[in-house]
Design a protein around this ligand. Sequence first.
Ligand SMILES: NC(=O)c1ccc[n+]([C@@H]2O[C@H](COP(=O)([O-])OP(=O)(O)OC[C@H]3O[C@@H](n4cnc5c(N)ncnc54)[C@H](O)[C@@H]3O)[C@@H](O)[C@H]2O)c1
Ligand SMILES: [Zn+2]
Length: 343
Amino acid sequence: MSKLNRMLKGVSYHDSKLFIIVDENTYSHCLPSLIAHVPALEGAEFFEVPVGEEAKSIEVASQLWESLLQSGADRNSVIINLGGGCVCDLGGFVAAGFKRGIRYINIPTTLIAMADAAIGGKTAVNLDNVKNPVGFFWQPEAVCMNPLFLDSLPSDELANGFFEVLKTLYISDSRLLNGLLFDLKFKNGNLLDEAKELVVHCATFKSNVAEADPAEQSVRKILNFGHTFGHGIESFAIERGMSMSHGIAVGIGMLCELYLSVKKTGLDEGVLADYRDIVRNAVDLPCYSLADTESILKYMRNDKKNRDGLILCVLLQDYATPVIDVAISENEVRDALLKVSKL
Ligand SMILES: NC(=O)c1ccc[n+]([C@@H]2O[C@H](COP(=O)([O-])OP(=O)(O)OC[C@H]3O[C@@H](n4cnc5c(N)ncnc54)[C@H](O)[C@@H]3O)[C@@H](O)[C@H]2O)c1
Ligand SMILES: [Zn+2]
């Protein structure tokens, strides 16, 4: 935080107006300690947005653009996103669109945002229950991590972030992953404490991959492991008014994609079995009907990753060996979704 204070006192922020975006929870749990530790933010104006996915809408973005105009924001102004992935995705989107792009800083306050969402410059809002179809690549000026913000995070939100942490380990590091799996299986390790300790690995890995391929033309696609199914499952849950967090949807999506990896890219069945045990312990796996799979498919056909009408997926050959752009048929999608609760 002292680094952030020095940065904001520096010459390039000298006469910048600062705007902090918070939601109700980060307003009460995080804003007071942020202001206490970063005196440069004392005069900043703050805007509160709805909690969760509701914030990621074009209507909320539009209200923020109006508020910025009314408050005299200019091209030199800076937006500071204090929150989880929803606040960071929305605030980055607002920064990218305002006056053709102004600077922004992410201060992630959830495990998902620290390990993943705050890094890499993907910004987005949702549209018609579809996740993230409208957005920009727009890089933050800085991402400031303070693990102390996790102290007030409810345990279900930590569990939510745990799956993004796991996702990163499956595609990046078999040693760390095996260590975590071993601890969970034999030492009855606390899943959430373990995940917190892996945040720095995940953030560094994501930052390196995003830097190597900022516009997601090649290697960055590996970060979408679990997300082809995950986004379909999440959109379906939103459509049905069910409460399912992004991380849990990705956790179920990874189960589907590991199942297809055994069938299509030669993944060892033991990898699927180990993962199935973890996910079963943490999540009530949904039992989809054939009609449900058609609804989920409707969303998956719209996925940004698809090309030439094919649904594309990241599958694994082994731990830390992802394969990008694997085409999967609609029947394979149905098969995986119908089996998800019985694997
Ligand atoms: N842009 C990317 O690269 C990227 C990557 C992964 C996920 N995402 C997006 O991130 C979103 C999910 O992120 P999330 O789970 O962090 O969502 P979130 O922002 O909704 O935060 C989850 C909940 O935790 C609360 N909260 C946040 N910080 C808190 C704190 N310190 N103490 C107490 N409560 C706190 C929030 O108010 C909210 O209720 C999804 O929309 C997903 O699409 C984006
Ligand atoms: Zn994600």
